[in-house]
Design a protein around this ligand. Structure first.
Ligand SMILES: *Cc1c(COP(=O)(O)O)cnc(C)c1O
Length: 457
């Protein structure tokens, strides 16, 4: 392919992507039924002959773009979903052009260096111990996997067992403690590690979904306590001061699933509800949620750098830490894309103030949703302490009907959940792009739709 072809192709791509992002605000947040029906056009036999790259791109844009969920826009409040900060989207494109393998520094000195810097900045913005090791993974599921893998290594090493070499057959047992509202992906990580999705001690949670520290079972130095920073429904953060203090006293390992809630630490205003998180041993978070980097991105940090290194190194586990950080000794993958570049670009463009402002602004939007919905007479089910709002519109059937109608209306998108036995609509404000005006428009639409849909019951 000639340089001219690449140039015109990438220019075409830029034009199409720009049009997409410039018009995303004018379309329904959910893709229309017609756009979804058109996805059938992707179904074609595997072509025998080659296709012009320009046509490949045009097909993707013409059929694909209208059928996207507009989560890169300003009024997507489903699940816990960030958009992409401009700097990180652009850096991601350049990194794709570089096509670096991030496994070893010899394969890409630039990626190894940027990831070292991004690691330091992540520990800084999240207020985690500076001696921690860290890794850039696909999301919180894999970040939990790595943190818990380091924990498994550390506990079994203390008990004289080499789990990486010998596996778990015949190993001394590890007790795993979780809160009753543990995220399903943490259980999945436990399953992948041979620790078992169901072989856990569940600690009761309070009205906001926080683990009750007084109800922890007796802990030992063979216990992993899995806490949560950011209940996926309510946004509530476990009482880390109390949990970490009692765990430390017994030599138990604390792993924090902080997929989004760990970011409370980036704001002076929200640090208090996250107090004590820095006393834990390992931390998992998403970067594609609240940091607003493109999918996929997650980050894991571990205070005991040696444990994380030995659990994930591809060398013999008795090797010492190398002076030069080699990325693939800290993640499950060997070859992978340069995920740390997205994080570096996001943090570089935001700075400490911008990161705090992003957290504070989205939380303010969530408060406004909670206040506006309560004023309109609907039941806000959680204390809105972070970026999550749970609202009921009456009985479960009515609530579910309203959620469907909100999605069909297209002004914004919110999903459904079940909170303490009750159907609820969940509003998660995680995008850098959402403005005050977007919140007011969305609030008005939800209230209008809810009053209409409730009336039709
Ligand atoms: C989203 C989330 C996860 C899973 O994150 P992925 O990025 O989808 O792997 C885990 N825990 C909590 C609390 C979450 O909100």
């Amino acid at each position: 392919m000639s340089n001219d072809t690449i140039e015109s192709l990438l220019q075409d791509c830029t034009a199409r992507a720009t049009t997409y992002l410039n018009t995303i605000d004018q379309r329904s947040v959910a893709p229309s039924a017609a756009a979804q029906a058109d996805l059938a056009q992707f179904v074609m036999p595997f072509p025998a002959k080659s296709t012009d790259p320009a046509e490949v791109l045009a097909t993707l844009d013409q059929i694909g773009s209208p059928a996207t969920v507009a989560s890169a826009g300003q009024r997507y409040f489903g699940f816990v979903t960030g958009g992409s900060l401009p700097a990180t989207l652009a850096a991601n494109w350049l990194a794709a052009a570089w096509d670096q393998n991030s496994a070893f520094s010899v394969m890409s000195p630039v990626v190894a260096q940027i990831e070292r810097v991004a690691l330091g900045w992540m520990l800084d913005v999240l207020g985690l111990p500076t001696e921690s090791a860290g890794g850039f993974v696909t999301g919180a599921t894999m970040a939990n996997f790595v943190g818990l893998g380091a924990a498994r290594h550390a506990l079994l090493t203390r008990a004289g067992w080499d789990v990486e070499a010998q596996g778990l057959f015949g190993a001394p047992p590890i007790q795993v403690v979780v809160g009753d509202e543990v995220h399903v992906s943490l259980l999945k990580a436990l399953g992948m590690l041979g620790l078992g999705r169901e072989r856990v001690h569940r600690v009761p949670t309070d009205a906001q979904g926080r683990m009750v520290a007084e109800k922890l079972p007796p802990l030992t130095d063979m216990t992993i306590v899995c806490t949560q920073a950011g209940n996926v429904n309510s946004g509530a953060i476990d009482p880390h001061d109390a949990i970490c203090t009692s765990s430390r006293a017994k030599g138990a390992w604390v792993h924090v699933d902080g997929a989004f809630g760990l970011w409370a630490k980036a704001s002076p205003q929200f640090q208090e509800i996250a107090a004590g998180i820095e006393l834990a041993d390992s931390w998992a978070t998403d970067t594609h949620k609240w940091l607003n980097v493109p999918y996929d991105g997650g980050f894991v940090a571990c205070r005991d750098a040696q444990a994380m290194h030995q659990a994930f190194t591809i060398n013999a586990p008795y090797l010492e830490l190398q002076a030069q950080r080699e990325p693939c000794h800290y993640t499950p993958e060997m070859s992978r894309r340069a995920r740390g570049i997205d994080v570096w670009a996001a943090l570089y463009s935001l700075g400490r103030e911008g990161a705090a402002a992003l957290i504070e602004r989205t939380c303010r939007h969530a408060s406004r949703f909670g206040q506006g919905l309560a004023e309109a007479g609907f039941d806000v089910l959680n204390d809105v302490v972070l970026n999550q709002v749970l609202v009921s519109f009456g009985d479960d059937e009515t609530t579910n009907r309203v959620i469907e109608a909100v999605q069909a209306d297209g002004t914004c998108w919110c999903g459904g959940t079940v909170w303490h036995g009750r159907a609820a609509m969940r509003i998660s404000v995680s995008s850098w792009a959402t403005t005050d005006d977007d919140v007011e428009r969305s609030l008005a639409a939800i209230i209008r739709v809810a009053k209409g849909a409730a009336g039709r019951g």
